[in-house]
Design a protein around this ligand. Structure first.
Ligand code: ADP
Ligand code: MG
Length: 669
C-alpha cells in the first residue's frame, strides 16, 4: 500500500456557479449555453477590445477557461481577421485534432470548412478555412515556404509554456514576420501568445513589453497529498492508490492518472481491469488518453458513463494543459514524464523517463479542481517535489536541433543570430550543424547554405535523417522499400500486443520475423498488409494495428508524391535487403552500436558510449551469435537503456556510407 501524508492546499478559490452537466448534451444551442459559462465569456468585451487595439499580447488563463476553443471563435465572430486566416498552434497533434473537432461542433459546422486543422500528413482545411488549428511543427514548415506567413492575419501561439523547439523557433519567426510586414506596409500580423502558467517576464521582454492580460480563473481548492516514502515502482504505486481510493470514494468521482506513454498506459489499464474483478467499489470504466490513440477512442474520455460507474482516465502529460477533461475529482500524479534528450558529441538521441517540473506538478493537481474541490495524490515525497526545478527546461536546450536548423536555414534565417528566448547550448548548435553537414544538407557548418540535397531534404515533412534515407535510395535501388519503411517508422507501433494475449500475438508475429532484424520484419508486415484483401480482419487475425498500418499507407503516398515531384526513380531491391540496410545507414549513421566482449558477456555500446540492450519485443532478441554491429532507430532509457527497432549490420558498412562520421566516431572512442 502507498501511504500518503502532508496535506497542501493548492490554488486559491473563487467559486461560482457549477453546471456539472454541461458536457453531456451536444446540441449547438446547449453547447452555446455551456460556452457562455466559461471564464473568457465574462471578459469577452474587454478581451476583444484589447485584441483589436494591440498587435501583440500575452494572454494567461487557467486550463479550461476557454482560451483555445473560444478565443478564435470570438475573433472570427467579429471578423477581426479580415481577409486573412486565424492560425492557432498546438504542440501536440492530438490536441490540434480534438480541439478542431470540438470547435467545429460548437460552430455547428463540419471540420474542414470554416474550421480546420493541419497536422503532419493530414491537412483538413479548405480555401474557406478561417480558423485553423495546427501543430507548431506544421506552422514552422509553412514558414519555410513563406517566412512572412502572409495568409495569416492573426497567429495565436498556444501552450507557450510547453516551450517545444518548434514553438520557441516560431516566437522568432512570427516576431520577424510581424516586423517586416509592418515595415513593408503589407497586411499587418497580430500575435497572441497564450498559456496557462508561464514565465511572463521573459516573454514580455522578448515581445517588446507587450501587454499581458490575465483571465480570471474559476478553480476550486485541491488538497494535495504526498507519498510518505519514496516509491520504487510508480506504476505499481499508481495501481495501489487507485484501488485504495476506489474503495472509499463515491462512484461519481472520476480519477485522472498521469503516466508516461502508451505501453505503460496499456499495462496499467490491464492491471486495473484484472484487479477490478475482485475489488470492492463501483463498476469501473478505464479510458486511455495518449497521442497515438485513434481520435474516436480519445473522445471516450469526454463521453458520459452510466450513473454509478467510475471513470478512470489514464493519460500522458497531454491532459496536463492541452485538453480539458471535466468532472475529475482525484488526480494521481506519478511525477514523471517521458522526454527526448540527446548526446551532442555523437548525435545519438534517447527517450528518458524523468521527474517532471514543479509547474507540471501544480498543473496536474489543478486538473482535480475544475468543477469542484478535489484531491491530488503525488506518488513521490514532498521533499522530492521541493527539490525539483520550478519550470522544466525548454526543449531547445536539451534536444537535437538538426531538423529545426534545416528548416530555419531553408526559411532563409541565419541560425547564429536568430532571436530566441533561450539560446540552445552552443555545442548543440555546433553538433547539429555538423550532423547536417555530414548528412550532406549544408555546405559548411560555420556560415551554412543549403546544398541541392539539403533543399530536397527540407521538402520532406520528416526528420532529415529519414529524408536522407529516401534521397539515398535511388543509389541503392531500393526506393520502393525505403518509402515503405520510412512511412512505417513515421507512424506508431504496427503490432498490437494485448497484455492478456501476449503469447498469441507473439506467435502471429513469427511469420513476419526476419533474422536480419526489426526493419525487415516491419517491411514484411507492411508488404503483407498491402496485399491483404480484407485488411481489417487480416489485422485482427495477425495482431496488427489496422489504424497505424492504414496511416503508414497514407504517409507512404505523400512521401511518394514528393519523390515523384523530384523525378526520383522508384525501384525495388527485391530480396537484396543488404542494399536497403546500407541505405538506412545513410541517414541513421549516428545510431550504431557495437558488440563488446564475447559469448554471454557480450554487450552493445552505442557511439555515445552508452551500454544498451536489445528490447525483448525485438526480432533480434533471441538471435545467436549476437551480430557484431547494430543499427537502431531509437534509444529508450527507463531503468535500463534499450535499443528499439534494430537491425544487424556489418561494422565496415559505416565506413562505406558515412566515412566522415566513422572517422569522427573512432577519434571519439
Ligand atoms: P483552455 O484553452 O483555456 O484550457 P479550452 O478552450 O480548451 O480551455 O476548453 C474550454 C472548455 O471546453 C473546457 O471547459 C472543456 O471542458 C471544454 N471542452 C474542450 N474540448 C472538449 C471536447 N472535445 N469535448 C467536450 N468538452 C470540451
Ligand atoms: Mg488550451
Amino acid at each position: 500500500s502507498v501511504a500518503h501524508t502532508s496535506k497542501v492546499e493548492a490554488n486559491g478559490c473563487n467559486n461560482t456557479h457549477v453546471n456539472d452537466n454541461m458536457f453531456d448534451k451536444e446540441s449547438p444551442q446547449d453547447l452555446l449555453e455551456a460556452r457562455r459559462q466559461l471564464p473568457v465569456y465574462m471578459v469577452k468585451k474587454r478581451l476583444l477590445e484589447e485584441i483589436k487595439k494591440n498587435n501583440t499580447m500575452i494572454l494567461i488563463g487557467e486550463t479550461g477557461s476557454g482560451k483555445t476553443t473560444q478565443i478564435p471563435q470570438l475573433i472570427h465572430e467579429q471578423r477581426i481577421e479580415g481577409a486573412g486566416t486565424i492560425a492557432i498552434t498546438q504542440p501536440r497533434r492530438v490536441a490540434a485534432i480534438t480541439i478542431a473537432l470540438r470547435v467545429a461542433a460548437e460552430m455547428n459546422t463540419e471540420v474542414g470548412s470554416i474550421v480546420g486543422y493541419s497536422v503532419r500528413f493530414e491537412d483538413v482545411t479548405s480555401p474557406r478555412t478561417k480558423v485553423k488549428y495546427l501543430t507548431d511543427g506544421m506552422l514552422l514548415r509553412e514558414a519555410t515556404l513563406d517566412p512572412l506567413l502572409k495568409k495569416y492575419s492573426i497567429i495565436i501561439l498556444d501552450e507557450a509554456h510547453e516551450r517545444t523547439v518548434s514553438t520557441d523557433v516560431l516566437f522568432g519567426i512570427v516576431k520577424l514576420a510581424q516586423k517586416e510586414r509592418n515595415e513593408e506596409k503589407m497586411n499587418p500580423l497580430k500575435l497572441i501568445i497564450m498559456s496557462a502558467t508561464m514565465d511572463v517576464d521573459a516573454f514580455r521582454k522578448y515581445f517588446n513589453n507587450c501587454p499581458v492580460i490575465y483571465l480570471e480563473g474559476r478553480t476550486y481548492p485541491v488538497t494535495i497529498y504526498h507519498s510518505k516514502m519514496k516509491q520504487d515502482d510508480y506504476q505499481y504505486a499508481a495501481v495501489c492508490t487507485i484501488f485504495q481510493l476506489h474503495a472509499t470514494t463515491p462512484a461519481n468521482h472520476d480519477f485522472l492518472v498521469f503516466l508516461t506513454g502508451q505501453e505503460e498506459i496499456e499495462t496499467v489499464m490491464y492491471n486495473i481491469k484484472q484487479i477490478a474483478k475482485e475489488a470492492t467499489g463501483p463498476p469501473i470504466r478505464v479510458c486511455p488518453l495518449y497521442a497515438g490513440l485513434p481520435a474516436a477512442k480519445q473522445l471516450q474520455v469526454w463521453r458520459v458513463v452510466p450513473p454509478g460507474t467510475r471513470k478512470i482516465i489514464l493519460a500522458t502529460n497531454i491532459a496536463e494543459a492541452s485538453v480539458t477533461i471535466p468532472r475529475i475529482k482525484c488526480v494521481i500524479d506519478t511525477g514523471v514524464v517521458k522526454e527526448r534528450t540527446w548526446c551532442g558529441s555523437t548525435g545519438a538521441e534517447r527517450l528518458m523517463v524523468r521527474p517532471c517540473s514543479q509547474a507540471a506538478g501544480w498543473q496536474r493537481a489543478g486538473r482535480a479542481g475544475r468543477t469542484a474541490p478535489g484531491l491530488a495524490y503525488r506518488l513521490y515525497t514532498a521533499a522530492d517535489f521541493k527539490a525539483r526545478h520550478y519550470h522544466h527546461t525548454p526543449e531547445i536546450v536539451r534536444c537535437p536541433l538538426a531538423s529545426t536548423l534545416l528548416l530555419l536555414i531553408a526559411a532563409g534565417a541565419e541560425p547564429t543570430t536568430f532571436p530566441l528566448i533561450d539560446a540552445p547550448p552552443p555545442d548543440t548548435v555546433k553538433a547539429s550543424l555538423l550532423l547536417l553537414k555530414e548528412l550532406g544538407a549544408i555546405d559548411n557548418d560555420t556560415n551554412p547554405k543549403l546544398t541541392v540535397l539539403g533543399k530536397k531534404m527540407s521538402m520532406f515533412p520528416i526528420d532529415p535523417k529519414y529524408s536522407k534515407i529516401l534521397l539515398s535510395a535511388t543509389e541503392y535501388s531500393c526506393l520502393d522499400e525505403a518509402l515503405s519503411l520510412v512511412a512505417v517508422l513515421s507512424s506508431q507501433n504496427l503490432f498490437h500486443t494485448p497484455v492478456y494475449k501476449r503469447a498469441e500475438a507473439l506467435t502471429a508475429k513469427q511469420k513476419f520475423l526476419s533474422p536480419l532484424g526489426d526493419h525487415i520484419t516491419l517491411l514484411n508486415v507492411f508488404k503483407a498488409f498491402c496485399k491483404a484483401p480484407l485488411k481489417k480482419q487480416w489485422c485482427r487475425e495477425n495482431y496488427l494495428n489496422h489504424k497505424n498500418l492504414t496511416y503508414a499507407c497514407e504517409v507512404r503516398q505523400q512521401l511518394l508524391a514528393i519523390c515523384q515531384k523530384l523525378n526520383m526513380n522508384v525501384s525495388s531491391c527485391g530480396q537484396a535487403y543488404e542494399q536497403l540496410l546500407k541505405c538506412l545507414l545513410c541517414g541513421l549513421f549516428t545510431n550504431c552500436a557495437w558488440l563488446r566482449g564475447v559469448g554471454a558477456g557480450g554487450r552493445y555500446v552505442t557511439a555515445g558510449g552508452t551500454a544498451a540492450g536489445l528490447h525483448p519485443s525485438g526480432s533480434l532478441h533471441t538471435v545467436r551469435p549476437l551480430p557484431p554491429a547494430l543499427l537502431y532507430t531509437e534509444l529508450l532509457q527507463t531503468n535500463r537503456c534499450y535499443m528499439l527497432t534494430v537491425s544487424a549490420i556489418q561494422p565496415q558498412w559505416l565506413h562505406q556510407v558515412a566515412p566522415e562520421y566513422a572517422r569522427r566516431c573512432r577519434a571519439n572512442r
